[in-house]
Write a protein that binds this ligand. Structure first.
Ligand SMILES: Cc1ncc(COP(=O)(O)O)c(C=O)c1O
Length: 743
């Protein structure tokens, strides 16, 4: 295969120098000898990737680059690239918005401190006049308790706020586009008047150009210092010179200017209380290395046909990403990117970047949203200390996170017996199987444990084949039963099935049912095929909280019996109290032949699932059903026993029914106030709010900003599955957050 070519512009910058070995291993590097458009156009036709900084990547360049797979910007601003032309050809333009966040904030702070303590004046004075202490004109200002006014709370503004708080300053923010519970916001005029230090961190737009006017400079405290590391034109520079001349403010720290480079005879240089740097706030070793690494990773992804993070022209993505949305909210969305830019600090971005470098990317997972450092009760705690009520929890947290009884049981079990190899058994595993057999309805009393729900589904499918001698199945379109090839064969989601080639034969799908009449679709297949081995379904769809009419399952049960098919219920996310009963199928009095449970069985600590079947199916002594390495895990079993004990002894089933009813009332009231809420549904604490337009994703990110996490299913359903240990007050608070997002 021909080696791909990376066309590198801006020769003098030596871009990629620190990652050159990696780059040359993936492609041949061609460096344009200069940045004139005609030179780049000449080099363009052979380029697979254009790797550029300031050089003009015009429409002509883009259209000449017939093999082009992507443009990687060495830095943040993409004004030198014709985005429209790139989008017209579907070529991704990616940049590196976060490589220099901390570094730029450091520079802003350095300018601020230099002015507060008159460092440059003192240094210059000493060089000229020697030891100049005591000298009243060098009296400094301390930072503690002073007001740091921040204009623009993006990544750098947030990093600045963090630094200011670390110095014991009070932070006041102006940003009409951002919400943040922990910081105090103000209008620009109020900010200008109250700030002791005013630092600008916003982009230059027609709205922000010249926002620091002569009038606003006059309104500043005469002891105040202004710092600008964003764009020179945010400040009326002539007015700034006047304000400094008239002593209206105490100083200015500037990395950026209206015209760059700043002419050597510019009046700004005449002030002792002005500290300048030549637009290089981004210039540290660490930021440089990050930038090089990020560019290298983005180039690699593009060459491998993947979409790297930080795509600038998102319009090239297909409009219809609905196939990605059936199971959960997607990890490519623009809202997610914006949310990350506004809420995550440098350390978090760094860990996310490391995660994205080392883990295999896939929808719904890597690249990830955020990093967490703790989980307790109903809360997740992120790396920046924010507490989020977790109404998603991957459906494992019936008893909440880190329940003390489950933790204690796990710890004790670790001391006693930590693993049990095949051929051996142990007391907790036997106790658990007995407990599950006793709890499960009807004659379901033989158990097999596995470490994952997917594995348990696979076992259920094998048992159905052995017992009936038939391999065919009927399941529901758009259902999810796990991610392995057998589970996706019965699962109906395009996202998990597409592009994987032939799946298991004989897997029939019917639309998700509502009424009893919808059982006709299953009856038709049972009659036509004559040899269906199993009907496999969630008794209620957990993601969208859609519950067929009770009579539907009663009829399907009868149909299965009449046609010799087994009924398999996948209650992996629903069992153990989620719906207010130990098992969801108890709500409509239908007992399946095989019941599969998982998720919360391990108490939100251990991975564990179980298949529970009729005793008369236990005839497969000489067959292999699936004996997983961690089949009879004593530690997972101890966690499960403690979890079930908590559910029973803390009365969580009744609590769930009570709070579920409360939640439905609250949701009904919310619906009556917000026409965008198209429907509300709930059974126990499996709750759903269907949104009538396309705002579900933005509602999610608004809620995340305000302390509530949940999943969006099917593109427009807020799936709300709180831990069952939630209190009534917490539930009310969560719905207040949802309602504020709807507003
Ligand atoms: C209904 C259903 N079945 C099966 C599974 C697979 O379980 P696991 O991820 O533990 O393999 C899931 C997981 O989300 C599920 O929701």
């Amino acid at each position: 295969m021909q080696q791909p070519i990376i066309l590198r512009t801006d020769a003098e910058l030596n871009m990629g120098v620190s990652v050159m070995t990696e780059l040359t291993a993936m492609a041949r590097i061609v460096t344009a000898e200069d940045d004139r458009p005609e030179t780049i156009v000449r080099c363009a036709p052979e380029a697979d990737i254009i790797f550029t900084c300031y050089a003009p990547i015009t429409a002509e360049v883009i259209n000449a680059a017939l093999k082009l797979r992507g443009i990687v910007k060495y830095g943040v601003g993409v004004d030198s690239i014709d985005l429209k032309a790139a989008s017209a050809r579907g070529i991704p333009v990616v940049h590196c918005p976060d490589y220099g966040t901390g570094t730029v904030a450091d520079q802003a702070f350095a300018l601020l401190m230099a002015l507060a303590r008159k460092i440059t004046q003192i240094d210059r004075g000493m060089r000229k006049g020697g030891w100049l202490w005591p000298e009243p004109k060098f009296l400094g200002t301390e930072l503690g308790n002073k007001i740091m006014g921040i204009v623009g709370l993006g990544r750098i503004g947030s990093a600045m706020a963090q630094r200011a708080l670390g110095f014991g300053m009070k932070v006041l923010v102006h940003d009409p586009y951002v919400e943040n519970e922990t910081l105090v916001f103000a209008t620009l005029d109020e900010l200008v008047e109250r700030a002791d230090f005013l630092s600008l961190h916003c982009v230059l737009t027609p709205e922000t150009r010249g926002m620091i006017t002569a009038e606003r400079l006059r309104r500043m405290k005469h002891t105040a210092i202004i710092v600008n590391v964003s764009r020179g034109a945010l400040i009326d520079q002539d007015a700034l010179v006047e304000a400094l001349k008239n002593g209206e403010i105490a100083g200015a720290g500037l990395d950026v200017f209206v015209e760059e480079p700043l002419s050597v005879d510019h009046p700004l240089y005449s002030f002792d209380n002005v500290v300048c740097s030549p637009h290089f706030a981004f210039y540290t070793r660490e930021a440089f290395e990050r930038l090089e690494r990020q560019c290298c990773d983005k180039i690699r992804a593009l060459l491998e046909g993947k979409m790297p993070p930080d795509l600038k022209n998102r319009e090239i993505l297909p409009d219809d990403d609905s196939h990605l949305r059936t199971e959960g909210d997607i990890n490519l969305s623009e809202h997610r990117q914006q949310w990350q830019e506004n809420h995550l600090d440098v350390a978090t971005h760094e860990l996310l970047d490391r995660d994205a470098r080392v883990f295999i990317h896939q929808s719904l997972s890597t690249p990830c949203l955020n990093t967490i450092t703790g989980c307790e009760g109903i809360y997740l705690i992120d790396s920046q200390g924010r507490r989020l009520m977790d109404f998603h929890g991957n459906s494992v947290h019936q008893v909440g996170f880190g329940h003390p009884r489950v933790i204690e049981a796990v710890k004790n079990q670790l001391d006693e017996l930590s693993f049990c190899p095949r051929r051996y058994t142990n007391r907790p595993a036997v106790d658990l199987a007995e407990k599950l057999a006793a709890l499960a309805p009807g004659a379901l009393n033989k158990v097999l444990l596995t470490p994952s729900g997917t594995g348990a589904i696979g076992i259920a499918m094998k048992i159905a084949r052995y017992i009936t001698g038939r391999h065919k199945t009927v399941s529901m379109t758009d259902s999810f039963h796990g991610a392995s090839l057998d589970a996706i064969s019965i699962g109906g989601e395009a996202l998990v099935r597409d592009g994987l080639g032939p799946l298991l034969p004989g897997c029939f799908h019917v639309p998700w049912p509502k009424t009893e009449k919808d059982a006709d679709a299953i009856e038709k297949i049972l009659i036509e095929q004559k040899d269906i081995g199993a009907v496999i379904a969630e008794p209620m769809r957990c993601t969208t909280v859609e519950r067929p009419h009770d009579a539907y399952w009663q009829r399907v049960r009868k149909l299965c019996d009449e046609h010799g098919a087994l009924l398999v219920f996948d209650e992996i996310p629903l069992a153990l109290g989620r719906t207010g009963k130990m098992f969801c199928c108890e709500h409509f009095g239908v007992t399946p032949d095989i019941l599969v449970i998982g998720k919360g069985l391990g108490g939100a600590i251990m991975p564990l699932a179980a298949v529970i079947v009729r005793e008369d199916f236990d005839i497969l002594q000489d067959r292999a059903l699936g004996h997983y390495t961690h089949e009879k895990s004593p530690v997972a079993s101890a966690a499960a026993l403690a979890t079930i004990a908590v559910i029973e002894e803390e009365g969580l089933l009744e609590h769930t029914r009570t709070l579920g009813a409360e939640a439905l009332e609250i949701m009904a009231a919310v619906k009556s106030r917000h026409s965008v809420v198209a429907d509300i549904r709930g059974l126990g604490l499996a709750l759903a709010m269907e949104i009538g337009d396309d705002s579900a994703d933005s509602i999610l990110y608004h809620c995340l900003s305000n302390g509530l996490s949940f999943k969006v299913s099917a593109g427009n359903v807020l799936t709300l599955t709180p831990p069952l240990v939630i209190t009534s007050e917490q539930l009310t608070e969560a719905f207040q957050i949802v309602e504020s997002a709807l507003s």
